[in-house]
Design a protein around this ligand. Structure first.
Ligand code: S3P
Length: 464
């Protein structure tokens, strides 16, 4: 790497895929605030072209970061490894053919409670290496490593056992990863205090499901996802639903970016920018940069529409009410439609319209009808289109009160309170199964909005 002679510094990120990356925004912000003249670009190299392209791509850069899947693969192209990067063979920051791990630095600074705890690490790639290193350096009690690629995790464990002969590190192979589309979470027996996801499972744009069961999450005390996009992965949402402390990788991303920038520009005064303010800005920007759908479900009267409208306005994204879409399309009220065509036809129309709404571009808050997600196919439509399902659960008595004089809901017509309660209890398991997060919506709308914001990690965000 020769660097460039003019005073505008050139930085970049090597990895694949990179569509989800926030690094250009973060480094541009740091450089602007700290008076560093420079730019930061995404440099996506497909795996089969890595060896042919890497030297050429990095030649004109003053410094660069490395992300999945190249944190180890870059090593033969470097002259020297510094600090933790040398010991643990993982590199995410390079300057003048010297490799560093600002990931490990950031993980050591993070609030993950490694000390004295049993840690489950999901994954065996570069990020998992960094997490395992930070866990051992911080005095964890034991570390179980799980990976779909068992040979890779076995190799990682063997290597780390040599580096830390007294540590308890083992291959976790009891986790059942049979996560079929309707059986979203499998069932495991092993219990861990801390779960760290260091796989790409759950990352935008797919936003898939985590490879661990709800039971395992429920029995932990802290969950950390190295993924920062989406803002809250399904893993993080699930943990927060159970009241378990969970963090997304945004904090680590910003911390490692600061360490990287310091390596590249040692004279810059990085105290001129606030990592917290940067995080707060980025969180709201993400709804525009990386669209997701926030889907509200729950029984009639749980507050889906009012909460959805208020939430959308706070997040500054559009709101859609599925029932309203259907009323507009059919030109009939839901009650008339039910009376004329029956419930089954209504459900078919509902499924079709849900598909259309979910496929629209951009972030959106969607209030579904109380029965929409009773169909597994509709849950699948939501999940496969970056939809995150929030179940608004109000006490049935409150729902009954809220819908007391309702004439627009056909399913409430001629039903006694007893029967409404019965319908709620029939549906409850399906709501729970479908949802990524449950909130109690028995209180005020503001209360519900704040609960959803907290689940998304937005509760302390400045709205700038
Ligand atoms: C229904 C709920 C209604 C509407 C239709 C059927 C249900 O929406 O879709 O009356 O099956 O629970 P709300 O939940 O918004 O009332």
């Amino acid at each position: 790497m020769t660097g460039n002679s003019n005073d505008r510094r050139k930085y970049g990120l090597i990895g694949h895929p990179l569509k989800h990356s926030l690094s250009p925004y973060i480094h541009d912000h740091i450089m602007r605030k700290c008076g560093i003249k420079g730019s930061y670009k995404l440099l996506d190299i497909p795996p089969d072209e890595f060896d042919d392209q890497v030297l050429e791509v990095t030649e004109c850069l003053d410094g660069y970061n490395i992300t999945i899947p190249y944190k180890e693969r870059i090593i033969p192209y470097l002259n020297k490894l510094e600090g933790h990067a040398g010991k643990y063979s993982t590199v995410n920051t390079v300057i003048e053919a010297k490799g560093f791990s600002s990931d490990i630095e950031a993980l050591l600074q993070s609030e993950i409670p490694y000390k004295g705890n049993n840690i489950l690490i999901l994954g065996a790639g570069g990020a998992a290496r960094a997490v395992l290193a930070a866990a051992l350096l911080s005095g964890c009690r034991s570390a179980g490593v799980w990976s779909r690629r068992t040979e890779q995790s076995a190799g990682l464990i063997e290597e780390f056992r040599r580096l830390h002969p007294n540590a308890i590190i083992f291959q976790e192979d009891t986790i059942n990863t049979d996560t079929g589309s309707t059986n979203l979470y499998s069932c495991d027996k092993a219990l861990y205090d801390v779960i760290v996801n260091a796989t790409p499972a759950g990352m935008w744009p797919e936003c898939g499901i985590p490879p661990v069961s709800r039971e395992l999450i429920l029995n932990s005390v802290y969950v950390y996802d190295t993924i920062y996009n989406p803002l809250a992965t399904r893993l993080v949402l699930c943990a927060r639903s159970y009241g378990i402390r969970a963090e997304s990788g945004l904090d680590m991303l910003v911390r490692q970016a600061v360490v990287s920038q310091k390596i590249w520009d040692p004279k810059a005064d990085l105290s001129l920018f606030s990592p917290l303010k940067l995080q707060q800005r980025v969180k709201y920007m993400m709804f525009n940069l990386f669209p997701i759908k926030i889907v509200l479900t729950g029984f009639m009267g749980c507050g889906k529409t009012v909460t959805g409208k208020a939430l959308a306005s706070v997040l500054r994204i559009p709101f859609t009410d599925l029932d309203e879409v259907i009323i507009e399309r059919t030109g009939m009220t839901i009650t008339d439609f039910f009376a004329e065509n029956g419930e089954e036809t209504f459900r078919d129309i509902e499924s079709e319209n849900l598909k259309e709404v979910m496929r629209k571009e951009g972030s959106i808050v969607i209030a579904t009808g109380g029965g929409t997600l009773m169909r597994d196919q509709n849950v699948e439509t939501v999940r496969s289109n970056r939809g995150f399902i929030f179940f608004l659960d109000a006490e049935p008595e409150i729902s009954i009160k809220r819908t007391e004089n309702d004439t627009l809901r056909p399913l409430l017509k001629n039903r006694t309170s007893e029967e409404i309660r019965e319908l709620y209890s029939q549906r409850l398991p399906a709501y729970i199964r479908a949802s990524d997060h449950v909130i109690d919506s028995s209180g005020s709308v503001t209360d519900s909005v704040n609960r959803i914001k907290a689940a998304l990690g937005l509760s302390d965000a400045l709205h700038t």
